[in-house]
Design a protein around this ligand. Structure first.
Ligand code: SAM
Ligand code: SF4
Length: 338
């Protein structure tokens, strides 16, 4: 509850301070990446999705309770109609000092037309997913994406002054021969690169054990080609960073499966239907949609957010191997948001 204008921070039962909210603004996407979605997806009816007013109200309540960083994701956040209205509106918290950072994870397909608007709303950095620099491969991985459109989007975002981090999902036998070239290309253009291990989220068409490539192997291979210097750069998340001496750029590795990062977890995730997931790899959740639609006041909403924090679990237990080839959690990454 707010006292004298400054609310007590959100602290979970394991004394972690929650300062980072990821919000999936839609479950829809114009791509069907092989590790993320099935070819045929059943998307949610509009009535189940929080309206922009509901999203804004909920995000603003989290910000009053000490969330300093907001990341919009999806699905593809930039395919939701009039999304720039929400982004512009949330940008007021940057100006007012309630928020340190407003950012997005995007597949880049709509970036060319939105780059200027994002910069104007106060967005300074973007994560853009890019798994290959080969047009044919890119089309095969995303099933629908066009590489040149995404590259145009990345150029437009850079021209608008946005810092770009490329998210590359490491896929065995699919893009693992490209990582050196991708790092050289990205660092030359001034972008960081983060490699991600595939996570067992939701049913896809196919077997995840075929795609899974431990980043320990990727790092070892890159270490034979580059000089990787330890970097003390930290984000409170699962990424570990290195400086590449030859390029002067930074690379990161997100290894939720092979490392335990849970003790420093500072984040929670809100789906587009108003369900708050307290951990990416567990099912503990709290529903805000009914509460919002019941017309509760801000005090009740804030009390509910505090109550939700008490459900944050200590950590996750993802496993991908031959004996555990079912998803650890049934929902797709496009539902929870990456
Ligand atoms: N559509 C946007 C995009 O692709 O950047 C935002 C949503 S997407 C779900 C967020 C991130 O999650 C992307 O970088 C994507 O590569 C990653 N991702 C999706 N499914 C994944 C999985 N099963 N394992 C690991 N990363 C995954
Ligand atoms: Fe869409 Fe992103 Fe999932 Fe690819 S990873 S299908 S772009 S939500």
């Amino acid at each position: 509850m707010t006292q004298g204008g400054a609310a007590a921070p959100l602290i979970d039962p394991f004394q972690r301070r929650i300062s980072y909210l990821r919000v999936s603004v839609t479950d829809r996407c114009d791509f069907r990446c092989v590790y993320c979605m099935a070819e045929e997806m059943q998307f949610l009816p509009k009535a189940e999705i929080l309206t922009y007013d509901e999203l804004d109200r909920l995000c603003s309540a989290f910000i009053r309770l000490g969330v300093r960083k907001l990341r919009l994701t999806g699905g593809e956040p930039l395919v939701r109609r009039d999304i720039m209205g929400l982004i512009g509106s949330l940008g007021r918290h940057l100006t007012a000092g309630g928020l340190d950072e407003l950012t997005l994870t995007t597949n880049g397909s709509q970036l060319a037309r939105h780059a200027e608007g994002l910069a104007a709303a106060g967005v300074r950095r973007l994560n853009v997913s890019l798994d290959s620099l080969d047009a044919g491969r890119f089309a095969a991985i995303t099933r629908r994406g066009k590489l040149d459109v995404v590259l145009d989007g990345i150029r437009a975002a850079a021209a608008a002054g946005l810092k770009i981090k490329l998210n590359v999902v490491a896929l065995r036998g699919v893009n693992d021969d490209e990582f050196v070239a991708m790092i050289e290309w990205a660092h030359h253009a001034g972008h960081e690169v983060t490699f991600i291990e595939t996570m067992p989220l939701g049913d896809i068409d196919g077997d995840r054990t075929d795609q899974y490539l431990p980043l320990s192997l990727v790092k070892a291979a890159l270490g034979r080609r580059f000089t990787l210097e330890d970097s003390d750069h930290r984000t409170g998340g699962p990424a570990r960073y290195y400086r590449v001496a030859e390029t002067g750029g930074r690379i990161g590795f997100i290894t939720p499966l092979t490392h335990n990062f849970c003790e420093s977890c500072n984040r929670v995730r809100l789906t587009c239907t108003g369900t708050l997931y307290l951990c990416l790899g567990q099912d503990d959740s709290y529903d805000f949609r009914d509460l919002l639609r019941a017309g509760v006041d801000d005090q009740t909403l804030e009390a509910a957010i505090r109550e939700a924090m008490t459900r944050k679990p200590k950590g996750h237990d993802f496993v991908i191997d031959r004996r555990h080839d079912r998803p650890a959690v049934a929902r797709h990454m496009s539902v929870t948001g990456g």
